[in-house]
Design a protein around this ligand. Structure first.
Ligand SMILES: [Zn+2]
Length: 147
């Protein structure tokens, strides 16, 4: 779970995680000195998925969680919506498992009218408008589910 950071901070977080991944690979190879190239590759792939899953969270959430200082208007009644909290959003992507934090807004007038404003980077990530109606609904056109 990452919140807004500068580009330099995001890069520092990613580089640190990449260094940790390499360290984990060295340790694994120490413990499996007889491993075949294929086995080393398999372990590398597993660690890479973890790294890239987290790296994508840094890239996306480090820029924007969808939080807006001026709350958005309800699509149904045009009232100002209320910011409730940041919610976890798990996405199982090509590069790994990513957990994003998304700002969650609720309309005080319309029961169940909710909004997860898409940041531009999130639109790129999900190709979705994360608007939902009703509690327990699923994000439309999203690849992942709100968790
Ligand atoms: Zn409303």
């Amino acid at each position: 779970m990452y919140r807004q950071m500068s580009r330099a901070q995001r890069e520092a977080v990613f580089v640190e995680k990449a260094a940790q991944m390499y360290g984990a690979l060295e340790e694994w190879y120490d413990q499996h000195p007889e491993a075949s190239f294929g086995e080393i590759e398999a372990e590398t792939r597993r660690l890479r998925r973890e790294l890239m899953g987290e790296g994508l969270a840094v890239l996306i959430n480090g820029r924007d969680t969808g939080y807006q200082p001026e709350a958005p208007l309800c699509a149904v009644c045009d009232q100002v919506m209320e910011f409730k909290e940041h919610r976890r959003w798990g996405i199982s992507g090509l590069e790994g498992e990513t957990v994003l934090m998304r700002a969650y807004y609720v309309c005080p007038e319309c029961e169940g009218e909710t909004l997860f404003p898409p940041g531009s980077e999130t639109v790129i990530a999900s190709r979705s408008l994360e608007r939902r109606s009703g509690a327990g609904g699923h994000a439309t056109r999203a690849d992942g589910q709100i968790v």
